[in-house]
Design a protein around this ligand. Structure first.
Ligand SMILES: [Zn+2]
Length: 110
């Protein structure tokens, strides 16, 4: 039996591993609320914070076309979630965890 909590995001499977991370939405006390976004892992190097790149389209009225823009978001990676650069992940908004970190990785897009 798994002791993972339900994070409240449909389509995300809870991790099979368990962890003792206090800032884990499945096994710790971190609550996920607010925005839920999907993006690509841009940088993740053996630390707890990954940089996620989100692509979006912005309308340009002069040329009547959409232009592609990207934004980078820092997201906390709990111990039980394994990701690598290039993965598609789902991140959820949480309380501020550091100066520039207010999102947590909740799972990979399969
Ligand atoms: Zn965990």
């Amino acid at each position: 039996m798994s002791l993972s909590k339900n994070v409240g995001i449909i389509g995300v499977k809870p991790p099979e591993k368990e962890c003792k991370d206090e800032k884990c939405p499945y096994h710790g006390h971190l609550k996920v609320r607010g925005m839920v976004l999907e993006g690509t892992v841009y940088r993740y190097r053996a630390n707890k914070v990954a940089t996620i790149v989100k692509e979006y389209l912005k309308y340009n009225p002069k040329y009547k076309r959409y232009e592609r823009r990207t934004s980078k978001i820092h997201a906390y990676v709990p111990q039980c979630i394994e990701i690598k650069e290039g993965d598609r992940v789902i991140i959820g908004e949480s309380r501020p965890l550091a100066k520039s970190v207010a999102f947590v990785v909740v799972g990979r897009v399969s």
